[in-house]
Design a protein. Structure first.
Length: 627
């Protein structure tokens, strides 16, 4: 039998706790915990700049050191087999650079043995690892960065141009292309020497088939630029520098991301900026504001999740029964209102008549809105907008921005419409297939449809909604699941797709829906919950975690609740497990379920154990309690 008293008590308990945790400005602030890469790169940059931040460097050192495995390696996620070479190299180098670990320390000797067993530092794969090692003189500037700097000057009318890359790729490429062009190296007395881990390397593998086609397009375009080569090169350097400087946020960070801000600092040094230049000082200040203390250990968040968390929690509380007039909701809505974006960011280049109105992930973000954060904010303010003229305008601008982002194929991207040139995924950089472009994805398309149906009151009769539905049907996996780009992974994508399809009045007995339900039921754990490994992301097929996590259990249940008019035994069993998970605190409740770059960058949202279970408990109660 359903355990309504426990469900109701949990909703009451979580709602009260969340109201208590809300900040005075109306926001909720939870840690957006990423891999240790940001911590390692922060140490490298601080030591490169010779900034006297000993207490911070020691705290970053201690967090990295605490994550080392018994075999000497570091992992990207708990169930990763053996260890991760790139992460281990980054950790090893940063710990040595900090000065608080020595090569002769037993943990460092173990790490060195692991790195050697994997072929040494020349076998690292990820782009950022190679770049940070190259700036410190420990790795040759990657031959894979063969796109000439002049590429940045190609006009938008060129068959291939800089704005064909995703925004995330652009803000990382600009500083890297500057440093690669100058073969920038910055060493000092503290720089470790990793030559003992530089083993003979096999020849670079051939570039992906088709990459030469991309290069031919680039060089053909450059030939048409009318300028002497030397002048052209100077213009390209200036353009790259200006591109970065024009996208610095008020807090000093580049595009509100830590990783590209760290790269920008190094590229400014390469361009001859003094290490005490105000732009570098401001960038460091912005990075310091992203630090988070986790049980006494400091972590550099790649981009604080304050807008995302606040929007989703405000919406979840209202779904759970908190009135829109409640002070907690009123404060959150006011907070979100002032963070609606009013500037035209790079997304404007792909839209015929651009009008700002989206929201970004973090509160410092004023020019890089995204579809998920915008629909989350609109869910939160919807009830207020229905009654308040001031918020009706906010709502209209936000809704219009979301609709303007729909891709030609009918699906929705994360950040920018039309950034779908697959040629760019052939750049010989690990992770390029995921990060170079911003195509339609099942999670963004499903989440947008869910918003359009459940919140905006639209359905499949609208042409643009129907196109989104068709995109989902066309992109379903053979087993009935959908791949989720920004969460882990097939559970996430399938939840987003099913809740979206149901919200816009797709028939529950549609073959695609039935197949997806059967798939979710087939992967339910013995304990009633659901759990998926980050390994799914790289393997591109579902891999069970072997344990249940709060967010993935909530996603699977929410999808089943959306489809099923009557509660299946599997749903009741899952709810019992979800209630248990909310009171657990172990590796399963801290397992990363947010995705960044396949195989190397995942996120543990500290908010997720509250957001998604609260939505699911509320939807379960609303649909089934009076049956």
């Amino acid at each position: 039998m359903p355990i309504w008293s426990e469900v109701n008590e949990e909703i009451r308990r979580m709602s009260a706790r969340l109201e208590h945790w809300q900040q005075q400005d109306g926001s909720w602030r939870f840690c957006f915990e990423n891999s240790l890469l940001t911590d390692a790169y922060m140490i490298i940059v601080l030591r490169t700049l010779e900034v006297p931040q000993e207490a911070l460097i020691k705290q970053l050192h201690d967090r990295i050191a605490a994550e080392q495995q018994p075999n000497g390696a570091w992992k990207v996620y708990q169930d990763e087999a053996d260890g991760h070479l790139d992460t281990t190299v980054n950790a090893y180098f940063a710990l040595l650079y900090s000065g608080y670990s020595q090569k002769t320390d037993e943990p460092m000797m173990k790490a060195a043995r692991f790195i050697t067993s994997k072929g040494g530092i020349r076998q690292v794969k990820t782009f950022l690892t190679k770049v940070f090692l190259a700036t410190a003189g420990q790795y040759p500037w990657p031959s894979s960065i063969v796109i000439p700097l002049e590429f940045l000057l190609l006009p938008m009318t060129s068959p291939v141009n800089f704005f064909d890359f995703s925004g995330f790729a652009r803000v990382h490429f600009a500083p890297v292309l500057i440093m690669a062009d100058l073969k920038f190296v910055k060493k000092n007395a503290a720089t470790p020497d990793l030559s003992d881990l530089t083993l003979p390397v096999r020849k670079d593998s051939q570039s992906p088939r088709g990459f030469q086609e991309l290069l031919n397009e680039v060089h053909s375009g450059i030939k048409q630029l009318t300028s002497l080569p030397q002048q052209l090169h100077k213009r390209a350097v200036r353009y790259a520098e200006t591109y970065m400087l024009e996208r610095i946020e008020a807090d000093g960070t580049l595009y509100s991301y830590a990783t590209c801000t760290l790269l920008m600092i190094l590229s400014l040094l390469a361009l001859g900026y003094d290490k005490n230049h105000p732009t570098i000082t401001a960038a460091l200040s912005g990075l310091y504001s992203m630090l988070w203390n986790i049980n006494g250990k400091v972590h550099l968040q790649n981009s604080p999740s304050t807008v995302w968390d606040t929007a989703l929690l405000a919406a979840a509380l209202q779904q759970a029964g908190t009135s829109p007039d409640h002070p907690s909701i009123a404060k959150a809505v006011h907070y979100l209102h002032r963070l609606q974006q009013t500037k035209l960011g790079d997304w404007r280049f792909h839209v015929a008549h651009p009008v700002p109105g989206g929201w970004g992930f973090s509160e410092s973000n004023t020019i890089n809105p995204d579809v998920d954060d915008t629909t989350a904010a609109l869910r939160a303010i919807h009830a207020t907008a229905q009654r308040t003229p001031e918020y009706q305008d906010v709502w209209n601008r936000g809704l219009n921005w979301v609709l303007s982002m729909q891709n030609k194929d009918g699906g929705w991207p994360a950040f920018e419409r039309g950034v779908t040139n697959k040629l760019l995924t052939l750049v010989p950089i690990d992770g390029a297939s995921a990060a170079a472009i911003d195509p339609s994805t099942a999670d963004l398309t499903g989440r947008t449809l869910e918003f359009l149906g459940a919140t905006a009151g639209l359905d499949i009769r609208q042409t643009f909604v129907h196109r989104g539905v068709d995109w989902l049907f066309s992109n379903q996996e053979a087993d009935g699941s959908w791949y989720g780009r920004w969460g882990v992974c097939y559970i996430y994508g399938t939840w987003a797709a099913l809740t979206g399809l149901m919200a816009v009045q797709t028939e529950p007995d549609h073959p695609a829906v039935r197949k997806a339900v059967d798939w979710l039921l087939s992967i339910q754990n013995e304990d009633g919950g659901w759990g998926e490994s980050c390994s799914s992301d790289s393997s591109k097929h579902y891999i069970p975690l072997g344990a249940s996590t709060p967010s993935q259990t909530a996603w699977a249940l929410d999808a089943l609740i959306a489809v099923c008019d009557e509660p299946l035994p599997a749903i009741h069993k899952g709810m019992r497990q979800l209630l248990l998970l909310l009171h657990k605190d172990d590796w399963t409740t801290r397992y990363p379920t947010g995705a960044g770059l396949p195989g190397s960058f995942y996120s543990h949202y500290h908010s997720y154990r509250y957001i998604w279970p609260l939505f699911t408990l509320s939807n379960y109660k609303k649909k089934y309690e009076n049956m």
